[in-house]
Design a protein around this ligand. Structure first.
Ligand code: NAP
Length: 317
């Protein structure tokens, strides 16, 4: 179904997902949950890994209450552990018959962890969870993706990527740690750079797969509490107090840019979508602002090479 160009995209505009196999990270909560629910309503078969089987099964139970016929498979994935990403990807390769994934949505993330934390691999938690893990996961699942029109890889970034800076001498916040406008914004800018560079590499390889991206604006989810755990910086709490009543939206509306990037026939190669309203905080999905740093080809190449080194990932296009 073609998306109408002059009326706002809603969940009703999602084309049929019958026969499509989708893998979405972070689908036990917030935007990921709403994305999975809407794709399930449209008939997608969904693999939804979470940090524990209980969390994945709980989300499956909730979706089945709304869509009893939904085809949903749980899994265990901790994006903050390269070993866990490898183990999960290996389980998918074992379970799926070759190239049979239609859609990968890299949605999971954590924001503003109050103190600098290192993962089991020795990387800063936000950079590892939001960027390194999804990069490795995408490289490992790529051989499972159908090489045909309609196949998409969607990366969820953030409006905060506009404040981000890739600091190669501080990638793991080893020099200075700023939870929100430092580590988090860097990880989300890295997501956007990845989405765009991935599209360039897919195109160069002659692949029909689209790499698209989205950000949800300001959507009320567990994100504001799970990372900060009530200890977010004062500046962020003040901004939240002012913006929340005026310019936030619920998780369902926050999921619409992702759903547009994942399913709309109007989404373009490398397209990046966010809400239409003031500062892209809420509203219906439209093309979003791309930070100048995300268009820097030298930066993108350097980050890609460094990420391969940090994760051991290699894409075989
Ligand atoms: N909400 C917003 O306003 C907003 C704005 C900009 C960008 N975003 C982005 O939107 C995405 C979804 O966030 P949300 O708002 O829906 O937040 P959320 O409700 O907190 O959901 C985040 C999801 O990511 C999962 N996750 C966290 N750490 C993980 C790890 N190490 N391994 C695997 N999964 C992990 C969480 O699992 P657990 O339940 O186990 O924690 C949860 O399922 C994130 O990438 C976020 O950066 C959100």
């Amino acid at each position: 179904m073609a998306t109408k160009t002059n009326s706002p995209f809603t969940a009703n505009d999602i084309p049929s997902q019958q026969g499509r196999r989708v893998l979405i990270t972070g689908a036990n909560s917030g935007i990921g949950y709403e994305t999975a629910l809407e794709l399930a309503r449209r008939g997608a078969e969904i693999i939804l890994p979470a940090r524990s089987l209980d969390k994945a099964n709980e989300a499956i139970k909730r979706i089945r209450r709304e869509v009893p016929s939904a085809s949903l498979t749980p899994g265990i994935l901790d994006l903050a552990s390269l070993a866990s990403v490898r183990a999960f990807a290996a389980s998918i390769a074992e379970r799926l018959p070759g190239r049979s994934l239609d859609l990968l949505i890299n949605n999971a993330g954590v924001m503003s962890v109050p103190q600098r934390e290192l993962t089991v691999d020795g990387y800063e938690r936000q950079f590892a969870t939001n960027y390194l893990g999804p990069f490795l996961l995408t490289s490992l699942l790529y051989p499972q993706m159908k090489q045909e029109r309609g196949t998409r890889i969607v990366t969820v970034a953030s409006g905060v990527s506009n404040q981000g800076k890739i600091e190669f001498d501080n990638l793991q916040s080893e020099r200075v740690y700023k939870p929100m406008f430092g580590a988090y914004s860097q990880s989300k800018l890295a997501d956007l750079i990845f989405q765009l560079e991935l599209q360039r590499r897919l195109t160069a390889a002659g692949s029909p797969i689209l790499s698209t991206g989205a950000h949800p604006g300001y959507a009320i989810t567990n994100l504001q509490t799970s990372g900060p755990a009530g200890a977010s910086p004062l500046s962020f709490r003040i901004m939240e107090m002012i913006l929340k009543p005026l310019a936030s939206q619920d998780a369902h509306h926050g999921a619409l840019p992702t759903l547009f990037a994942a399913t709309s026939s109007a989404a373009t190669s490398g397209g990046y979508y966010g809400p239409s309203g003031f500062q892209e905080l809420k509203g219906h999905p439209v093309p979003a602002k791309i930070a100048p740093a995300a268009k820097d080809l030298n930066l993108a190449n350097r980050l890609w090479t460094e990420t391969e080194r940090l994760t051991g990932a290699t894409f075989t296009f």
